[in-house]
Design a protein around this ligand. Sequence first.
Ligand SMILES: [Mg+2]
Ligand SMILES: [Zn+2]
Length: 172
Amino acid sequence: MKSFQKSIIFDRDNTLIKDYGYTHKIEHLRWMPGSLSMLRRLNNKKFGLFIATNQGGIALGKFSESEMLIFHYEMSNQALQFKIKFIDIMYCKHHQKSKDHKKRYCYCRKPKPGMLMKIIRQHKLNPSQCIYVGDKWTDYLCARNAGIKFLSAPKCYGQKFYHDLELKLASK
Ligand SMILES: [Mg+2]
Ligand SMILES: [Zn+2]
């Protein structure tokens, strides 16, 4: 298995794509400004690209797991048209308010570190060379719980984000 020197794990909603609240319909798939060019640039620089996203809407019955998988398939396809390859899209389908108690508890719902740790383990990543990028405080906590670096998602991806990323990776 190929292991990546540097890896960026992205939150999904309001980090890579706009969040419309339980976003799962393809007509609501809108990439954040500058995100696709940034992802392409990172891909060209051989960064490993991953997504880790809470999709508790599944446990809440807002949409089905297969609807979400179709949505992710469309995301991956649109990204591929820009020559961007996500290595893995990890999701948590649980929610503490689910009517079904089996869908309530897990180790993956952020801020729990399960998804990030699974990505690191499965893809043999070096945790010191991993960054989680997200828009929420729970994303920051999740990165901290997994022992990796964190960067806030910008409103618009550009040179500054890339610069911050490099600085963060170089930091202790
Ligand atoms: Mg988010
Ligand atoms: Zn979970």
